[in-house]
Design a protein around this ligand. Structure first.
Ligand SMILES: Cc1ncc(C[n+]2csc(CCOP(=O)(O)OP(=O)(O)O)c2C)c(N)n1
Length: 577
């Protein structure tokens, strides 16, 4: 009786829209927000101190709030939340939301909007953020009635996290934040794919499962291609079981890296534009590709007409619209990777692939060494691995270093590699690493950037200092926008237009922010410096001087087929499609 009366008292409480928003966030299990205040979101910031369960991290740029929420989501498996004001605050979120959208990360963005009476009048800081973000969110909604606010928040988290995850934006006019309504709370917190629960496939798919099992049993040259869906659905054990039961080698795409332990004898490496020669050659020779949670994008397939022409494809994908979108599929299995593998595994008979594996081994080439001077990324990454005892989350930016970080570090632990794959967003690593570090307290987190990408969001060092976020930042300094310079070298006759890039003195920059900073120029100093950075309790910055004109090899020229890798520096300019 007493419980009922207390519940009814709470249920009839009158709150402002901002208070309702905070309560609804708490109900969704949110305890962390990345944001930046401004006029149209001030009522929310006014209410926030009443809710100490909501920790707010003040970023230095709203783009960083979106990336940090994204990094948090990728590391924790729970939606990340970012907050911005109307107009420039909201538009600054755009790149981060597009990044999350391309990589299927659950991010909930909350933006203030000008008051309803001002909307449509080009009011100060009025922007149609709903229109702007329509193609880069899974769902967005302008909340015009305070009575709908709590429900809109619930819907946002549900849509962001269920099925194929993605970003959702809710835009709340200032007067709606101030308006009052009865609090109608009380709901269970939902979790999305990484909850560990798996659901059985509906019975009508059974024939497709049997067909898949038959193809696996009959193939001579099968490969598993593991994508982001393995990480998103927590399918590590099931993937490993499938590989070990069948002896089928495992390829991990850029976003599938750390979905399968790299020291495992069945791990082959990364495919595609900068994939290893033996991996791409194996794809071209394969008679069966089991694609797990990936979209076969162009960076993976190269020229589609020449991709894996002898292979039948089994495609496991949560989103049915992906099946058959890029490559013809023999068997499509719709569902999250973990659920589908749980249903498929009982049908898969043990087998071996020894002759095929030996053949792939014969394709392996020695790595092209083009680090004549400067530090080699291999040595830097090895040093980070040793100093952290291999228990480290690596968040990379975009460019040459991203490829080295993907290919040269030996990822042993699930979901320990985080990067912007689909959008390829420079500036991602530093703010995303803040989200990762807050999701994994006590674990070492390294943000690895080039000198270009680092300068896009290095202002976030101030956020780390103010909030005590202990990210270790590595800058691979080659004095160039390296990946673009490489394309200019190969395809534009070495015309290095707008790619040489000046950097500040990073050690003094670190000092200015009051954090430890080092510049490493020789391999002899590597281990001591990296160990010292790891030992720092707070954030730390290490600049690594690498060979200026080192290239990422091999490389499939844009538009080329996986069978045509460039394995060394071309003597004459190549023509790309
Ligand atoms: C926001 C953004 N702008 C431009 C690009 C195009 N782009 C891709 S890689 C790259 C160069 C990156 O240079 P740097 O950060 O120094 O890394 P490096 O390639 O030298 O390792 C550029 C400009 C991008 N991916 N993202």
């Amino acid at each position: 009786m007493e419980v009922t009366s207390r519940e009814s008292r709470v249920a009839s409480e009158s709150l402002t829209g901002s208070q309702i928003l905070c309560r609804a966030l708490l109900e969704e299990g949110v305890d962390l927000l990345f944001g930046y205040p401004g006029g149209a979101i001030m009522p929310f910031y006014h209410a926030l101190p009443e809710f100490p369960g909501l920790r707010h991290v003040l970023v230095r740029h709203e783009q960083a709030a979106a990336h940090a929420a994204d990094g948090y989501a990728r590391a924790s498996g729970r939606a990340g939340v970012c907050v911005a004001t109307s107009g420039p605050g909201a538009t600054n979120l755009v790149t981060g939301l597009a990044t999350a959208h391309m990589d299927n990360t659950p991010v909930v963005a909350i933006t203030g909007q000008v008051s309803r009476a001002m909307m449509g009048r080009d009011a100060f800081q009025e922007t149609d953020i709903i229109g702007i973000t329509q193609p880069i969110t899974k769902h967005n909604r302008l909340v015009e009635d305070v009575e709908e606010l709590a429900e809109a928040v619930r819907e946002a988290f549900q849509v962001a996290q269920e099925g194929r995850p993605g970003p959702v934006l809710i835009d709340i006019p200032k007067d709606v934040q101030n308006a009052k309504a009865e609090w109608k709370g009380g709901k269970a917190v939902r979790r999305y794919g990484r909850s560990g629960e798996s659901t059985a496939l509906p019975p009508h798919r059974h024939t497709a499962l049997e067909e898949a099992a038959r193809l696996i049993a009959e193939s001579q040259r099968p490969l598993i291609m593991a994508g982001h869906g393995v990480l998103l659905s927590n399918a590590y054990v099931e993937l490993r079981t499938l590989a070990e039961r069948t002896g089928i080698p495992v390829i991990t795409t850029l976003l599938g890296i750390s979905g399968f332990p790299e020291s495992h004898p069945l791990h082959l490496g990364m495919p595609g534009m900068h994939g290893e020669v033996h991996v791409n050659r194996a794809i071209q020779q394969a008679d069966l590709i089991i694609g797990l949670g990936l979209r076969f994008d162009d960076r993976v397939t190269g020229n589609l007409a020449g991709f894996a022409r002898n292979a039948k494809v089994i495609h496991v994908e949560l989103d049915p619209s992906e099946i058959g979108k890029n490559v013809p599929v023999a068997v499509g299995l719709v569902g999250d990777v973990r659920s589908v593998l749980c249903s498929l595994l009982p049908l898969v008979a043990p087998r071996k692939c020894d002759p095929w594996r030996a053949e792939i081994q014969s394709f392996v080439r020695p790595r092209e060494e083009n680090f004549r001077g400067g530090l080699s990324p291999d040595a830097i990454l090895g040093s980070i691995d040793r100093a952290t005892g291999g228990r480290c989350s690596i968040v990379s930016d975009v460019g040459q270093h991203q490829m080295w970080v993907a290919k040269l570090y030996r990822y042993q632990h699930p979901n320990s590699h985080i990067t912007s794959g689909g959008l390829g967003t420079m500036g991602f690593a530093v703010p995303a690493a803040m989200g990762v570090a807050l999701a994994r307290p006590g674990e070492p987190v390294w943000a690895i950037s080039g000198d270009g990408g680092f300068q896009m969001n290095m202002q976030e060092i101030a956020t780390m200092v103010q909030e005590g976020i202990p990210v270790k930042m590595a800058v691979f300094n080659n004095g160039y926008l390296g990946m673009v310079r490489q394309w200019q070298q190969f395809f534009h006759g070495r015309r290095y237009s707008a790619t040489p890039i000046w950097s500040p003195d990073y050690v003094r920059l670190a000092q200015a922010y009051g954090i430890a900073g080092w510049k490493v120029e020789s391999a002899a100093d590597l281990d001591d410096t990296v160990r010292a950075a790891v030992a720092e309790p707070g954030p730390a910055l290490v600049e690594f001087m690498i060979e200026q004109e080192a290239n990422v090899f091999p490389m499939i020229p844009p538009g080329g087929s996986l069978s045509e890798p460039i394995e060394g520096e071309p003597a004459t300019p190549l023509v790309s499609a």
